[in-house]
Design a protein around this ligand. Structure first.
Ligand SMILES: [Zn+2]
Length: 385
């Protein structure tokens, strides 16, 4: 199969995960339903030319991004800070007052709302899981449309299209970009945010390998995708290098991809990823089995894709006692695959554990503070990846 970005053939095998949930970011109403989620295999391969990583076994069937899907991270203060910084940057760099911003995959609309408030732009958000609404409160209007993108009913001449954590779900990114262009004004810009594959490779973050993500972008393939269609691009990293942000401006002529080619360090991190990931997985399983043998209770904190993946991958030989998340909407719902019931942090007051495993290193400080404020004492450990 040829590379979805540059078309090169001869992809090399990278890493395989067997029997993980087809959907990580849907929680269920009962343990029974959660246990019946389809399990799928993931087989990552890397393009020898642009470095794009993709899951060659990806199948879109069975993926439903409807009402139950979503992983709003806005409950976390450090995530909100990341969002606010991006809004400030866009407000500073682009004159958006009275202009139209389209957000594809707007979730609950929090980012679009913040951006339109800060800039005076009119916002249109599209998402299969959002609550449809029209807001006229600020200088600009905000319209959230529940549905699949592209919209059949109208086309939008957007001055800015934002698309955060969407492109990595698209098996055909070139076709998706052409679709976005139908809603882009002649001198419009596109802002893309995706998980940063370079970070995943460097820190060996297995929790980032999920079935919904068919593509894994480092800087080079992301830039190449846009440059080959005539955009000038600017790339930056955010959220402690975990995200990659691309700002693209349409220029007349198509340019050859000019961004720096993958570094020798990245090529090395790519080729060694499979072996390191296998070793890490073995370490996780060993750790959980050891804790079980010693009679210790573990909790996983953060039931997003990393937490769901972790719970499923260590579930073979060991048992994690509790699954905890600060998002009140997740409380009382069930984890796909393992069927853990998601608890609020307060639960740990009555149901103490020995160690809380935090699924994203960046949240360790925040989790420690939360536990202190609840009067819960236990070890807190960041799980890399
Ligand atoms: Zn390629």
């Amino acid at each position: 199969m040829s590379c979805p970005v540059c078309g090169a053939t001869g992809a090399s095998p990278l890493f395989r995960l067997d029997r993980v949930p087809a959907l990580c970011n849907s929680l269920f109403d009962s343990a029974g339903d959660a246990g019946e989620v389809p399990l799928v295999d993931i087989d990552l391969v890397a393009c020898p030319s642009c470095g794009l990583i993709w899951n060659r076994l990806f199948e879109a069937t069975g993926i439903d991004y409807g009402a139950d899907y979503g992983n709003p991270l806005e409950c976390s203060a450090i995530f909100r800070e990341h969002r606010d910084r991006l809004v400030e940057r866009l407000a500073r760099e682009l004159a958006l007052e009275g202009k139209t911003v389209l957000e594809v995959g707007c979730g609950d609309g929090a980012f679009l709302r913040a951006l339109c408030r800060a800039t005076g732009a009119d916002g249109v958000g599209v998402d299969p899981s959002c609550v449809p609404q029209v807001e006229n409160r600020g200088p600009g209007t905000i319209r959230l449309i529940r549905g699949e993108y592209p919209l059949r009913s109208e086309s939008i001449a957007a001055d800015l299209i934002c698309c955060r954590h969407v492109l990595e779900h698209m098996p055909n990114p070139r076709e998706f970009l052409e679709t976005l262009e139908n809603d882009l004004a002649p001198h419009g810009r596109i802002l893309i945010e995706v998980p940063n594959a370079e970070h995943m490779l460097e820190v060996c973050s297995i929790g980032d390998v999920i079935h919904e993500h068919c593509l894994y972008f480092a800087r080079f393939p992301l830039a190449a995708l846009f440059e080959s269609r005539g955009y000038r691009v600017e790339l930056s990293e955010g959220f402690g290098r975990q995200f990659l942000v691309l700002a693209a401006e349409r220029i007349r002529s198509r340019e050859e991809a000019r961004s720096a080619a993958p570094t020798p360090e990245l090529i090395e991190a790519t080729s060694s990823f499979g072996a390191r990931a296998k070793e890490r997985l073995r370490g996780w399983r060993q750790r959980v089995a050891d804790a079980n043998r010693a009679g210790q209770h573990l909790a996983v904190w953060g039931i997003g894709s990393k937490g769901v993946t972790f719970l499923n991958l260590v579930n073979d030989g060991g048992r994690i006692a509790e699954a905890v998340d600060i998002n009140p909407d997740k409380e009382g719902r069930f984890v796909p695959g393992t069927g853990h019931e998601v608890r609020s942090p307060r639960w740990l007051r009555e149901h103490p554990v020995d160690t809380v495993l935090v699924m994203n290193q960046r949240y360790v400080g925040e989790v420690e503070a939360e536990l202190r404020s609840l009067g819960v004492s236990c070890a807190v450990d960041g799980v890399l990846g």
